[in-house]
Write a protein that binds this ligand. Structure first.
Ligand SMILES: Nc1ncnc2c1ncn2[C@@H]1O[C@H](COP(=O)(O)OP(=O)(O)OP(=O)(O)O)[C@@H](O)[C@H]1O
Ligand SMILES: [Mg+2]
Length: 146
């Protein structure tokens, strides 16, 4: 069964939890492992938090867009903002790089996304916004033992 879901929500920090739950609920019908489900929730949190705190500087009156698709047990998640964008994507993706040490960010969000997903692509343009595209192949469903 292939499927897709899109949603748009306001850039308020409470919606990070909402996005995690939506992502987990979407993936749950495909019998992911507990580990896969936890990875999915973590990467969605990281991407949505980035959109809110970096893309929109914590301003609440903007929108974050999330799209998920499942095709042949390949999960694709896209998180997009139309905020300030990233001038140097490669540098931003380096472990421990953060532009907000003042906020005690650790600069590990993209590294975590890379680690938990099979592929992470960041498309960004200063002044236009950022799209993060992530892909994960879910393990095949095991035959049940009786
Ligand atoms: N959606 C975005 N819009 C604008 N800049 C972004 C966005 N996402 C990430 N960045 C930039 O990339 C940097 C690295 O992001 P990353 O998530 O790896 O670390 P962080 O958010 O600074 O810290 P942490 O995620 O560990 O709390 C950020 O500090 C920020 O400068
Ligand atoms: Mg981050």
């Amino acid at each position: 069964m292939n499927n897709s879901l899109t949603c748009t929500f306001k850039s308020i920090s409470e919606n990070e939890a909402l996005a995690r739950m939506i992502a987990a609920s979407f993936a749950a019908s495909y019998d992911p492992t507990i580990g896969e489900l936890s990875d999915i929730k973590t990467v969605v949190s990281e991407a949505v938090t980035n959109a809110i705190i970096h893309g929109y500087n914590g301003e609440e009156d903007h929108e974050v867009y999330m799209k998920m698709t499942m095709m042949d047990r390949v999960l694709k998640i896209e998180v997009r903002d139309t905020g300030k964008g990233i001038a140097e994507v490669e540098k931003a993706m380096e472990p421990l790089y953060t532009s907000r040490p003042d906020m005690e960010r650790s600069g590990m969000g993209f590294t975590i996304m890379d680690h938990f997903m099979d592929g992470v692509e960041v498309i960004s343009e200063p002044g236009k916004g950022t799209t993060v595209k992530m892909t994960k192949q879910l393990t095949s469903v095991q035959a049940e033992c009786h």
